[in-house]
Write a protein that binds this ligand. Structure first.
Ligand SMILES: *Cc1c(COP(=O)(O)O)cnc(C)c1O
Length: 430
C-alpha cells in the first residue's frame, strides 16, 4: 500500500497494510498465532538481529497480524510508522520511553483520561520522570511550564470526559519552538475525525480498546510517529540520536531516519518492556477499523441528537458536548473537527451526586461500565469511579465533578436512547 497513498480514508481503513496471504491466498488477514519464526540459516538470523534485514524473529517484537494493524494505523493517521502495544496506557509509556530519562518531565494537560492522570502524577515518578500539569487553554502557561528538562507536551485531541477540544495547531507551534515533540492521545476522536499529525503533532497515541476496535472486545494501544521530528537537532533525545547502549551502540536516527522512533519502539521498547499486542487482539481491532468511518458518523449523529435533547430538558443542568452551540469549544470544533466531535460527553444533573447515582442505576439500554467507544451506549459516574483517585479540585478540572455523568453514545437508534434517558431521569428526580 505504501506506493498508493492517494486512497481515501474509507478505502485505507479496509485495505491499508493488508494483502491476500502470500502462502494461502486467504483474503482476510490471518491470525498468525505463533511465537517464533524459522530462520532460513544462521546468516539470516544474524541479519535480523542486527536490524540489517526486516523480518520476524519472535512475537514479543513483531508478528505479521500485528504488523498489518501497525501499517493500517500509520496510514490512517498519516504517520511514517506505528508500534502496537498491549493497551492504551502501554502506548503512553511506549511514547514517552525513548524521550525520557530520570529528571526529565512531560508538560501535560489537566484535562486527561483519569487513568492517565494517575499514571502521570504518580506511577511515572518511579522511573524518575515527572509531569507538570497545565491548563492547555492557557497557552502562555504551557510555554512557561516548558523548561530545559521537558521532553514532550502531552494532551488529548478531545479530552474525555468533558469533551474539551484541544487547540492542537497552537500547541504544536509551542512544542516546535521549544524543540520537543507534541504527543496527542487521539482515542476519543479517532483518525476519522482528527489527524493530529496534519495539525503538527509528532506522536499520536491511542487506546485501540475504544472506538478503533469499537465493540468492547479487546485491549490494545498504538503509538504512531509522524516521522517528521528531527531527533538530532539537539542533544535532548540521546536514545534516538546517539549510540544506544541497549542496542549495541546503534544510532537509530542516523540508521533509520524517519522510522527511527518506530524501530526504537520495536527493537527496544517492545523487546525490553514487553508490552506486546497479541495477534488475536490485533485481528479484532483490524475487523473494527474496517467500519470505523461508518460507526464514527453514527456516533456523532446520535450524540448530537441526544445532547440536544438533554440540554433542553429541565432536569438537566448542563451538557458539555462540543457539537452544541452552547459549548465554549463549538467554534474550535467546527474549525478543527469538521466531521464531528465524537460520541462522548458529560451531562450534569440538577439533583447532584444522589441524582447521578440513581440515574445511572435506572438506565436500561445504557450499560454502567468503565469503558467508552463501544457500539453500545455506555454511562459512568466518573467522580465515584474512574476519577475517584483524584481530589475534588482535580475532578473539577478534569470535568468529572460529583454532579456529572459521562455518556458514551453508541450506534443504536437515537430515539431508543432518548426514551431510556427520559425514564431514568424520571426515576432519578422522583
Ligand atoms: C481508555 C483510555 C486510555 C487508556 O487505554 P487502555 O486501553 O484502557 O489502557 C487512555 N486514554 C484515553 C483517552 C482513553 O479513553
Amino acid at each position: 500500500m505504501a506506493d498508493t497513498p492517494t486512497y481515501g480514508f474509507d478505502t485505507l481503513q479496509i485495505h491499508a497494510g493488508a494483502q491476500p496471504d502470500p502462502a494461502t491466498g486467504a483474503r482476510q488477514t490471518p491470525i498468525y498465532q505463533t511465537t517464533a519464526y524459522v530462520f532460513r540459516d544462521a546468516e539470516h538470523a544474524a541479519a535480523l538481529f542486527n536490524l540489517q534485514e526486516v523480518g520476524y524473529i519472535y512475537s514479543r517484537l513483531t508478528n505479521p497480524t500485528v504488523a498489518v494493524l501497525q501499517e493500517r494505523m500509520a496510514a490512517l493517521e498519516g504517520g511514517a510508522g506505528a508500534v502496537c502495544c498491549s493497551s492504551g496506557h502501554a502506548a503512553q509509556l511506549m511514547a514517552l520511553f525513548p524521550l525520557m530519562s530520570p529528571g526529565k518531565n512531560v508538560v501535560a494537560s489537566t484535562r486527561l483520561y483519569g487513568g492517565t492522570m494517575t499514571q502521570f502524577s504518580q506511577t511515572i515518578k518511579r522511573f524518575g520522570w515527572s509531569a507538570k500539569f497545565v491548563d492547555f487553554e492557557d497557552l502562555d502557561a504551557v510555554k512557561a511550564a516548558i523548561d530545559d528538562d521537558t521532553r514532550a507536551v502531552f494532551g488529548e485531541s478531545i479530552a474525555n470526559p468533558g469533551g474539551y477540544v484541544t487547540d492542537i495547531p497552537a500547541l504544536a507551534g509551542i512544542a516546535d519552538a521549544a524543540g520537543i515533540p507534541l504527543i496527542i492521545d487521539n482515542t476519543s476522536a479517532t483518525p476519522y475525525l482528527c489527524r493530529p499529525i496534519d495539525m503538527g503533532a509528532t506522536l499520536v497515541v491511542h487506546s485501540m480498546t475504544k472506538y478503533l476496535t469499537g465493540n468492547g472486545t479487546v485491549m490494545g494501544g498504538v503509538v504512531i510517529d509522524s516521522g517528521k521530528f528531527d531527533w538530532s537537532a539537539s542533544d535532548k533525545f540521546p536514545s534516538l540520536s546517539q549510540p544506544e547502549p541497549a542496542y549495541h551502540g546503534l544510532n537509530f536516527h542516523e540508521t533509520f531516519g524517519a522510522l527511527a522512533f518506530t524501530f526504537h519502539g520495536i527493537a527496544i521498547g517492545l523487546r525490553d518492556l514487553g508490552m506486546t499486542l497479541n495477534p488475536q487482539a490485533a485481528h479484532y481491532t483490524l475487523m473494527g477499523i474496517e467500519t470505523l468511518s461508518l460507526r464514527m458518523q453514527r456516533h456523532c449523529e446520535n450524540a448530537q441528537k441526544v445532547a440536544e435533547w438533554l440540554e433542553a430538558d429541565p432536569r438537566v443542568d448542563y451538557v458539555t458536548y462540543a457539537g452544541l452551540p452552547s459549548s465554549p469549544y463549538h467554534d474550535r470544533a467546527e474549525r478543527l473537527f469538521p466531521k464531528g466531535t465524537g460520541g462522548l460527553f458529560t451531562v450534569a444533573l440538577k439533583g447532584g451526586y444522589d441524582a447521578c447515582v440513581k440515574f445511572v442505576g435506572a438506565l436500561d439500554l445504557f450499560s454502567h461500565v468503565a469503558n467508552l467507544g463501544d457500539t453500545r451506549s455506555l454511562v459512568i459516574h466518573s467522580a465515584s469511579t474512574t476519577h475517584r483517585q483524584l481530589t475534588p479540585e482535580q475532578q473539577e478540572a478534569a470535568g468529572a465533578s460529583a454532579n456529572v455523568v459521562r455518556i458514551s453514545i453508541g450506534i443504536e437508534d437515537a430515539a431508543d436512547l432518548i426514551a431510556d434517558l427520559d425514564q431514568a431521569l424520571a426515576t432519578a428526580t422522583a
